[in-house]
Design a binder for this molecule. Structure first.
Ligand code: IPM
Ligand code: MN
Length: 361
């Protein structure tokens, strides 16, 4: 199979972790007889430095011409980087939001799995960690507070800021359908998370999710308030299969879920639209404090590349091969600094990438 992959290395640790994922993809191509070509795309801080804006129209267009885009991470240190002296619409993050919107990537999938080998890194009590967990957070990605009207102005002499949270029924229905579709391939349970005891947007969310559920009689649906969900994630994460939620709640809950897996360096993600196209990126940030040191954990990016093989290219066997190679590497005791524990072998970014490749045969 021939595939054109867009690559956004990004800022901070982005280039280092993307290099390892590309190494793994090349190994897959070699072993399974595919041909992947790569188009480098600039977004975030790197694009600000080169073009003055975090995303150009040309880059957006070039991304659309690829079968999928693999991304590292963007942004810098908000205190020291000159990028954060720019107005908000010109900062690195604005490029990511424009890319999500421009490609209509409304469905964000963030799997949070506690690997058997990493149970020791899980910060939860042993009896909770022992039960393990395997959940998929489905976050709506192109609506809600992130894309509503904003303003900051003086009103009657008082500085007042506003951010609008709006969802229409169509936006809710399409992400809900995706959530139920994914649940059908998993353990057939959806927990829809909202704040329906306070917000109108959540009440509409709940109504549309309930309507959608009628088409999926095999899936068990429950509703959970977001504050309770935040608590349940640390109390009993094993109860979750698919968590379906709006943009802002999903942002917050997915960071929490990542932390209970042991490290945010393990969490992959896929952002999908109505077609096979997807943007694949680790859930973690650009970690400027460790950039260039060769110690960053590339596993989340490698697992994101596996999601790309599965969701954009329908290469399930190849995706599984990458995931198995990651598990074997962990089982053999190799760890980057963030997931290091006693008795294991600490290695750098490149070495762990090499180890993973060596298991793809
Ligand atoms: C994420 C990030 C982004 C978000 C930021 C960088 C805008 O935190 O992908 O979760 O809030 O969506
Ligand atoms: Mn986030």
């Amino acid at each position: 199979m021939e595939m054109k992959i867009g690559v956004i290395k990004g800022d901070g640790i982005g280039p280092e972790i993307v290099d390892e994922a590309v190494k793994v993809l090349n190994k897959i191509a070699e072993v399974y007889g595919h041909s992947f070509s790569y188009t480098q795309l600039l977004m975030g801080g790197a694009s600000i430095d080169a073009n003055g804006v975090p995303l150009t129209d040309e880059t957006l267009q070039a991304a659309k011409e690829c079968g999928a885009v693999l991304m590292g991470s963007i942004g810098g240190d908000a205190k020291t980087s000159p990028w954060y002296k720019l107005e908000p619409s010109r900062r690195p993050e604005a490029g990511l939001l424009a890319l999500r919107k421009g490609l209509n990537l409304f469905a964000n999938l963030r799997p949070a799995v506690l690997y058997e080998e990493l149970k020791g890194a899980c910060p939860l009590k042993e009896e909770i960690a022992d039960r393990g967990f395997d959940m998929m957070i489905m976050r709506e990605l192109t609506g809600g507070l992130y894309f509503g009207k904003r303003s900051t102005q003086e009103e009657d002499g008082v500085l007042t800021a506003r951010d609008e949270l709006a969802y229409n029924e169509n936006e809710i229905r399409r992400i809900a359908k995706r959530g139920f579709d994914i649940a059908m391939k998993r353990r057939k349970k959806v927990t829809s998370v909202d704040k329906a005891n306070v917000l109108d947007s959540s009440r509409l969310w709940r109504k549309v999710v309930e309507e959608t559920a009628k088409d999926y009689p095999e899936v068990a649906l429950e509703h959970m308030l977001v504050d309770n969900c935040a608590m349940q994630l640390v109390k009993d994460p094993a109860q979750f299969d698919v968590i379906l939620t709006e943009n802002m709640f999903g942002d917050i809950l997915s960071d929490e879920a990542s932390m209970v897996t042991g490290s945010i360096g393990m969490l992959a993600s896929a952002s999908l639209n109505e077609t096979k196209f997807g943007l694949y990126e680790p859930s973690g940030g650009s970690a400027p404090d460790i950039a260039g040191k060769g110690i960053a954990n590339p596993i989340a990016t490698i697992l994101s590349a596996a999601m790309m093989l599965r969701y954009s290219f329908d290469l399930d066997r190849e995706a599984q091969a990458v995931e198995t190679a990651v598990e074997k590497t962990l089982r053999d005791g190799y760890r980057t600094a963030d997931i290091m524990s006693e008795g294991k072998t600490q290695v750098g970014t490149k070495e762990i990438g090499d180890r993973i490749c060596s298991y793809i045969v």
